[in-house]
Design a protein around this ligand. Structure first.
Ligand SMILES: [Zn+2]
Length: 268
């Protein structure tokens, strides 16, 4: 895609956004945290070295990741979220993301308008899914942080246990695979589906940002459907590799073959 074509498509996007009554945003794999800046956090690095030496401490890795996510507040990814916020902040929007890293919350989005169906690092669940109860993870996360800061060693910690069955607790996100407890995001999901129903006769602008094909039934397919059935919809698929538009949406869909973070980074 050459520069003129990109500028032209950017212009159409701005016009459609300005004109839209509702904006549906999907955020996918291109936004997943890559932990590339971890070497900027020496205490976390030495904790990871401790895990390398003692595989029994493997269970602490998600806690170290959470710590990184809390402390890492700059870089292109965060800036891209801030640019996105500027684009849609005055709109009636809803965002659905498959990311579990909560980086999106570092921009000022209204959290009532966000659903994270793949979970995040906020709550614990039983790793064996003996029941669907969720527990706040904050207190234990603080203990891990203290151990890292004090340099007392991760082996001073004990893995948190499910109060019902005694099996280890895990963060309530899709890394639990088939044991993932879906109750955590359900209240927001209900808000999302109600919001989506209201889009039918409205001027809807759909922004699909960096969504690949790992979980197509969460964003890609439902978004295509929402745009297809709405006569006033516009649909933007922004993706570095999987930007092709389906035949059915050729009249209202615009493909932008560019990494969505780079694209947002270029939006003023
Ligand atoms: Zn349990």
């Amino acid at each position: 895609m050459d520069k003129t074509e990109l500028t032209e498509k950017q212009k159409i996007l701005m016009e459609k956004l300005a004109d839209a009554e509702m904006v549906l945003v999907g955020i996918g794999e291109e936004f997943n945290e890559s932990f590339t800046d971890i070497n900027k956090f020496p205490k976390l690095m030495s904790a990871l070295e401790e895990v390398d030496i003692n595989p029994l401490l493997e269970w602490t890795v998600p806690f170290l990741e959470k710590r990184y996510l809390l402390e890492h507040n700059d870089g292109r990814l965060i800036e891209a979220y801030k640019r996105l916020y500027e684009l849609i902040k005055d709109k009636n929007y809803f965002i659905i993301t498959t990311c579990i890293d909560e980086n999106i919350k570092k921009a000022a989005f209204d959290l009532e308008r966000l659903v994270e169906p793949c979970g995040n690092y906020k709550m614990f669940q039983c790793s064996e899914k003996c029941c669907t109860k969720l527990y706040p993870a904050e207190e234990f996360s603080n203990l891990v942080n203290q151990a890292i800061l004090d340099g007392v060693g991760l082996d001073s910690l004990e893995i948190p246990k499910c109060p019902v069955c005694g099996k280890p607790l895990a963060f309530n996100n899709i890394l639990c695979e088939r044991n993932y407890v879906e109750e955590g995001y359900q209240p927001q999901w209900e808000k999302y589906t109600k919001w989506l129903q209201l889009t039918l006769n409205k001027k809807l602008c759909v922004l699909e940002l960096g969504v690949e094909m790992n979980l197509p039934n969460i964003i890609r397919w439902p978004f295509e459907k929402a745009a297809y059935y709405n006569k006033k919809a516009s649909f933007f698929r922004i993706n570095g590799s999987l930007y092709q538009m389906t035949e059915e949406l050729s009249d209202k869909g615009i493909s932008i073959g560019m990494n969505a973070i780079d694209f947002l980074y270029g939006c003023q």
